[in-house]
Each structure stands twice: as structure tokens, then as C-alpha cells.
Design a binder for this molecule. Structure first.
Ligand code: PMV
Length: 317
């Protein structure tokens, strides 16, 4: 029997990078994500096959086996292990998110595949946190030191405060008083999360006080943003996003295309705009309570691509 799993992508409203070092961040699941289907094959785990297609990246699927000496092969192997798969399986997965864009594409794939694999086993379905925990084995191959925020958002959806502290994870669902209308724009530059996380780690060694003070300021902004979301004060939330963008730029994470997208969004009425995810390219997220169409059209006129999404009142699972 073929079993299916799905997961959402994400945008981080406040706190990326700082979250790797224990600062709380706010993340929302979006309605673009990944789906996966798994079926048993004759043979043992090593005979398993994975075919992945990322829309916009390649027309054909990329096929791997767990023993392949590629990141995808290693991630598949790690996930089979984390899901306790012993026999052979064939998995097909599709993401409708750009890869390397800060929208949690790899986590969405990891979570969707985890769900499809776990569904092959009899018994009750796994909790979102269990799924996210297993999918982190996949994420670790691509990201080195993932905070786990992408996998948590992919597995739960909705809006949440995420914090990693001393090896444990704390997640608090946030109930939005007003729906968050977001425009998401792409710089068109794919970037490696691992590279950007390593950039911050190097900066932290070289200039510990500067990075610590930026992270302290980001922690304050996370608190402000949480209260703003809960009270429906979107002007305050937009300001926190803008302030977060300025801090990320001081850490060398923004590129001119990011700045151009953020500026255009604000000129078209967005209340705040910032990069989302690891930066160095990737995407920006803009808060557009009056509607995201004007911002997305402006980006398109400026030669960028974008789409809109709405995060409603608390949808976290
Ligand atoms: O994978 P990305 O580009 O969406 O970035 C995830 C957020 C980071 O804080 C940069 C890394 C992490 O693991 O938290």
C-alpha cells in the first residue's frame, strides 16, 4: 500500500540565526510545502530508493539510494535510520518551494518523507514533535547545526515561538489576533544555509561582543513581535521586522537584492519587510495587512518573483 505525508514551508518573522544560539524566534508555516509517497519494496533498507523533485529546480526527479555519496543520499539514509525502517522502500517526494531560499524546502521534504515512512508502520500516527525530531536527522546533513525551527514549522504549521536551549526545544503556539497577510519575494539567489550559519559562527568568534549585542536586541524584538501578533498591533510587528532586518544586515546577511525587495515592499505599503531564513540571497517576507498583491506586482515589475500567503489565527497542531 502507498502511504502519503505532507508538510508546509515556513517564513521566520523574527529571530533567524540568533535561534541557533538559544534566542527565541517566531516562525509561521505557509501553504507551499512538500508531499511524499512511500511504498514497500522487496529487499532490505539498503535497496531503498528516493526520487525528489523541487519545482522550479529541475523538470525531472533526482533519484538516490541510501548508500549514494551525496548529501541527498546521506540524508535519506539518516532518515530511514531515524524512522526505524528495516525493509526496502520507494519514496517519491515533491516540493513546491524554491530550494536554498529560506522557505524551509529541505525541512518540508524531510518532514513529508518522515510522515510517509512512519505511515507504513501500523499503530497511531506520530505527533508533530516526534516527526520533527526524526526529520532533524535529514536536516543535519544539509545544515550542519540546524536549530530545528524549520522542521518544527514544517510539522506543525501555524504561528509559534521556537526556542532551543541546552539541547531541549520549547515551542509555544502563538494565537494571532488578526490574520497575517504576507508577501514573499525572491532575490533569485540560492544560498546554502550551512554557509550562512558558518559565516555567523565565524563572526561570533571574531567579534563576540558585537554579535552578542545583536542577538540581545533580536531577543527583545522577538518579545515585542509576539505581543504585537497576540494583540493584533501590526504596525508594531512591522516595525519589529524592520528592526530585525537592520540587525541582520549588520551581521552581513543581507545582499543588495534583499534591500531592494524590502524597500520596494515598504514603498508599496508594507508595514515591515525583512529577509527570512539564512540570507545571503533567498527570500524576503513583507507584512501587508491591506493586501499583498500590490507588493508582489511591484516586485514583478522590478524583475523579481513573489507570491502571497495568509497565516490565520492559530493553526498550530
Ligand atoms: O534554512 P533556512 O535558510 O530557512 O534558515 C533557517 C534558519 C537559521 O536560523 C538561519 C538556521 C537554523 O537552523 O535555525
Amino acid at each position: 500500500m502507498t502511504m502519503a505525508g505532507s508538510a508546509c514551508g515556513k517564513v521566520i518573522l523574527v529571530g533567524e540565526h540568533a535561534v541557533v544560539y538559544g534566542v527565541p524566534a517566531i516562525v509561521v508555516g505557509i501553504d507551499h510545502g512538500a508531499t511524499a509517497r512511500a511504498v514497500r519494496l522487496p529487499g532490505t533498507r539498503g535497496d531503498s530508493e528516493l526520487a525528489v523533485r523541487v519545482e522550479g529546480l529541475s523538470a525531472a526527479s533526482i533519484a538516490v539510494r541510501p548508500a549514494d555519496a551525496t548529501d541527498l543520499g546521506a540524508a535519506f539514509s539518516a532518515l530511514l535510520e531515524a524512522c526505524g525502517v528495516t525493509g526496502a522502500v520507494r519514496v517519491e517526494a515533491i516540493a513546491d518551494l524554491p530550494a536554498g531560499a529560506g522557505l524551509g524546502c529541505s525541512a518540508a521534504l524531510g518532514v513529508a518523507i518522515t510522515r510517509a515512512l512512519l505511515a507504513l508502520e501500523p499503530g497511531p500516527s506520530a505527533s508533530p514533535d516526534d516527526v520533527a525530531h526524526r526529520a532533524t536527522a535529514w536536516e543535519r546533513v544539509f545544515h550542519g547545526n540546524p536549530s530545528g525551527i524549520d522542521a518544527a514549522a514544517a510539522a506543525r504549521g501555524g504561528c509559534m515561538l521556537y526556542r532551543r536551549a541546552q539541547g531541549a526545544v520549547a515551542i509555544e503556539p502563538i494565537t494571532a489576533a488578526r490574520a497575517l497577510v504576507l508577501a514573499i519575494g525572491s532575490t533569485g539567489i540560492a544560498q546554502s544555509t550551512r554557509t550562512m550559519v558558518e559565516h555567523v559562527a565565524t563572526l561570533r568568534v571574531r567579534e563576540p561582543e558585537r554579535v552578542a549585542s545583536a542577538f540581545d536586541a533580536i531577543a527583545t524584538l522577538t518579545g515585542v513581535a509576539r505581543r504585537a501578533i497576540e494583540s493584533g498591533d501590526l504596525v508594531l510587528l512591522g516595525r519589529a521586522m524592520d528592526d530585525n532586518q537592520r540587525l541582520l544586515a549588520t551581521l552581513g546577511l543581507s545582499v543588495p537584492e534583499t534591500d531592494a525587495l524590502c524597500l520596494a515592499a515598504r514603498q508599496e505599503g508594507a508595514l515591515g519587510a525583512k529577509m527570512t531564513g539564512s540570507g545571503g540571497g533567498g527570500c524576503v517576507v513583507a507584512l501587508c495587512p491591506a493586501g499583498a498583491e500590490g507588493v508582489v506586482s511591484r516586485w514583478q515589475r522590478d524583475g523579481f518573483s513573489g507570491f502571497s500567503t495568509v497565516v490565520g489565527a492559530n493553526e498550530a497542531r
